[in-house]
Each structure stands twice: as structure tokens, then as C-alpha cells.
Design a protein around this ligand. Structure first.
Ligand SMILES: *Cc1c(COP(=O)(O)O)cnc(C)c1O
Ligand SMILES: [Zn+2]
Length: 427
């Protein structure tokens, strides 16, 4: 789709686009610039494009007087100025919970959990989809689509339903049943593909070239989509009282979230909204799909693709688009990328649930387990203020913990039977 294909009643030329403070697209590899539009690859070097801005005057007061959603940061996002007036799922401003029990258990001084399971479809993906949809409408697309490891499917299907537009969602056929149902219920066209996520992603790229009215949120409008992850960083800083934490631990699939959260911290610093000195950024992967952790440990700048095999399906991207940038960010900030086994992932889910009453999905298990491993190995400072991201809801990955948790027993409805089952309950 090119701008000139759009009806004159919507947009006649690129300069008429309203994408808020966004001014142009810039290549992340060679810095060549492109006008705003439905473009995602550099014409010079095929590198990925990124949104560039002229922010103007952004103040804490203006942000604080905005809506209780990601749209309080709309002056820092590539979305139309009237974005809140169009029906959307209103994600964001999820709780930042002080996690004193978990901190005590791990020997840490100050720990918070940013709980993105509180989003409309219970994962952080609602943020990126809301931004992608707002930009896609402005760019003249009429259909929303995506390849997904599960959570993105939920978010796209729900956002399209609320926007009243058609959606097509492509998933690997071996996805968790919970994530299939929680997409299909929105009456999207859900297509299960025999293959892993990287196969689905390849198919989506081909389809994006053939269906010109379709915005594949994480393919052909990816520069706009990815910016939505910045809101996790903005909120974390605002909820800490306009301060940056000293360390953050973030799960890595494509790596876009980690890279954009770091970008958010740098933008806030440059705008003078927080004091300087961003956190050390740590990435978390499951060992069964840990191409970025492997590259980090080997000291490589490139990420060699792998074939995923892990219970953490939401993170099972074997060829992560932002992998090299995750290496840049973690090395520049003094962080690291670490990975944990599937058994550790289950333990991580249970540890977070037992200590903080938060039931995260497998990605949360990865993050908590990596936090514990980094502490054990002395790579993370237990005395530094640390924020970890719970990016998704445990109810969507029930199968992961079903084999290891359950009732203490099944008894007859008598007090004797109960006393026999739990003799120590009286003391
Ligand atoms: C997609 C996803 C991530 C990782 O996002 P990327 O930007 O692709 O690295 C993390 N957690 C959950 C639950 C996700 O669904
Ligand atoms: Zn380029």
C-alpha cells in the first residue's frame, strides 16, 4: 500500500499525515531517512526503520493530567493527536507493585513487579497493538493482521473487534489451547499454521506483500508497533515518582520490548523528565530458545537462529528481529542476557505466585528465574533498585503448572477427614 492508493478523503499526501510528534523514519543501520508512511525496510540497505520525532514541550504535569492509559504519553508516540477519541482497548498504566516478599526471599533490598497481566487481554501486547492500530488507520490500512506466538493474537483480535474492523491472525498450530480460545472468541479469522513461529512469520511477510490493505502489526507497520513498548518504560519511571530504576529484567522474544524500554528511559532523560543515568538492562530467555543469550555469552554481535523447544511459547522466536539491538543495549548499560531451563521457568512461576500473589505466564517464570540466577551468579546487584516485568497472565498458560500444583487432598465432607488430612492446622 502506498499513500497515493488511499482515498483522497482520508489522506492525499504524506505531509498531511498526523502521527503526533513523529517526523520521519530513520534506518537503524545506516541512518538514511524516509518520509512517514507504511514503510519498514530501508531502501538503501534493507535495515529496519525506526520512528524519529520532534517532541517539543513535554512536561510531567501535562502527562499526569492525561488519561489513565498509555495515551497519557501520546505526545511521545507516533499516533494521531485525536487518538483517544477513536474506540480502542485503552491499555496501560498497569500496577507497579512493590515486591517485598520476593525481595526478601532473594536477598534483595528493593524490588518491584510491573504487572502487565492487568492489560485488557492480559499481556503487554495490548500496548503495541493499540499504537500499531492508531498508526495503521492514519496510514490508510483497513484490516489488522499478525503472526503471533499467542498474546499478540489475543491483542489484535480484541483491538480489531473494538475498532469494528476485520482481522486475520496467524499462529503456530501447537499453541496453548487457552491462547487459541482467547483469540477466537473475538471472532477474528484465526489461522493455525503447521510450523513454528518463524514459519508463521515468513508466511505473514509474504501475505503482507500481496494484501495491500492489511496492516500486519509486527511486519509492515512494525516501526510504529514497536514504539508502543516504550510506554512500559514511561510508566515505570512515572510510577517510581519520576525516577529511573537501577536495574530492569525484561523477557526477550523478538527483543523489541527490551530495546524500546531502554529507548523510553533515554527519551525521558533527554527531555529532562527524569534525572540521568538509566538502568542496567538485563534480558531473559528460556534455554530452549535462547539465541540472544547464546550470542551474548559468546561475545558475538550477530544472533544465530535456533529451532525453539520450550514451555515458554510466548518467547519462542528462533530468529529474533531485534536480537542484535538487545546485545547493544545490554552491553552498553552494563546488563546481560541470561537463560533458564523449563524446570526453572515453572519454579519461577510458582515463586512469584507464592511470594506476591501474582500468577504470571511462562514468560514471567523465565523473568523471575533469570532474576534469581543472575543474583546467584553475582551479575545483578541485590542492593540496587530493580524492576522486573510480568508481561502476561498465568491463566493463559495453565498447562505449564497443571502437572505440579493441585489440591492438598480430596476428603469426605467431615471435620474428622479434614483433621486427618491437615493435622498441623490446629497449631
Ligand atoms: C511478546 C511477548 C514478550 C516479548 O516481546 P518482544 O518484544 O517480542 O521481545 C514478552 N512476554 C510476553 C508475555 C509476550 O507475549
Ligand atoms: Zn539503511
Amino acid at each position: 500500500m502506498t499513500i497515493t492508493d488511499t482515498p483522497a478523503s482520508t489522506r492525499s499526501e504524506a505531509s498531511a499525515l498526523d502521527l503526533g510528534p513523529a517526523t520521519h523514519l530513520s534506518c537503524r543501520e545506516c541512518s538514511a531517512t524516509t518520509e512517514l508512511g507504511p514503510y519498514y525496510a530501508c531502501l538503501e540497505c534493507f535495515g529496519p526503520l525506526e520512528v524519529a520525532y520532534d517532541f517539543g514541550d513535554v512536561t510531567r504535569e501535562k502527562i499526569e493530567s492525561g488519561p489513565i492509559s498509555i495515551w497519557r504519553y501520546k505526545d511521545l508516540l507516533p499516533v494521531p493527536r485525536n487518538v483517544t477519541e477513536v474506540p480502542n482497548t485503552e491499555p496501560g498504566f498497569t500496577p507497579l507493585l512493590k515486591a517485598d516478599n520476593l525481595a526478601r526471599e532473594l536477598g534483595m533490598k528493593a524490588l518491584w513487579v510491573k504487572n502487565d497481566a492487568a492489560n485488557p487481554t492480559h499481556s503487554f501486547k495490548d500496548r503495541v497493538v493499540a499504537v500499531a492500530l492508531a498508526a495503521a488507520r492514519e496510514l490508510g490500512f483497513s484490516v489488522l493482521a499478525c503472526p503471533s506466538t499467542g498474546n499478540l493474537a489475543n491483542a489484535v483480535a480484541a483491538a480489531a473487534a473494538r475498532a469494528g474492523i476485520r482481522s486475520f491472525v496467524f499462529i503456530p498450530s501447537n499453541l496453548e489451547q487457552q491462547k487459541i480460545v482467547t483469540s477466537a472468541v473475538y471472532d477474528t479469522t484465526l489461522v493455525a499454521v503447521d510450523g513454528n513461529y518463524d514459519d508463521v512469520n515468513r508466511l505473514a511477510s509474504e501475505l503482507a506483500g500481496q494484501y495491500e490493505d492489511w496492516a500486519f502489526v509486527n511486519v509492515n507497520v512494525r516501526p510504529y508497533y514497536a514504539e508502543g513498548s516504550k510506554t512500559l518504560g514511561f510508566e515505570t519511571a512515572e510510577q517510581l515518582g519520576w525516577r529511573l530504576p537501577e536495574q530492569v529484567v525484561i523477557p526477550v522474544a523478538s527483543g523489541a520490548q527490551l530495546v524500546k524500554v531502554d529507548k523510553a528511559f533515554r527519551e525521558l532523560t533527554e527531555l529532562g523528565l527524569v534525572a540521568g543515568g538509566g538502568p542496567a538492562v538485563f534480558g531473559a530467555q528460556a534455554s530452549g530458545c535462547s539465541p540472544v543469550a547464546a550470542a551474548y555469552k559468546a561475545g558475538h554481535d550477530v544472533v544465530r537462529p535456533v529451532r525453539p523447544d520450550t514451555v515458554a511459547k510466548s518467547l519462542a522466536i528462533g530468529n529474533p528481529a531485534d536480537g542484535p539491538y538487545v546485545l547493544d543495549v545490554t552491553r552498553r548499560t552494563g546488563g546481560a542476557v541470561e537463560d533458564v531451563t523449563d524446570d526453572d521457568v515453572i519454579d519461577g512461576i510458582r515463586l512469584l505466585a507464592r511470594t506476591e500473589g501474582i500468577f504470571g505466564e511462562t514468560a514471567a517464570g523465565v523473568t523471575v528465574a533469570v532474576l534469581a540466577k543472575l543474583l546467584r551468579e553475582g551479575k545483578l546487584d541485590p542492593d540496587a533498585e530493580t524492576v522486573i516485568f510480568n508481561t502476561g497472565e498465568g491463566l493463559k498458560t495453565l498447562d505449564a503448572v497443571t502437572p505440579v500444583v493441585g489440591p492438598a487432598g480430596t476428603i469426605a465432607p467431615t471435620t474428622e477427614a479434614f483433621r486427618a488430612l491437615v493435622p498441623e492446622a490446629e497449631n
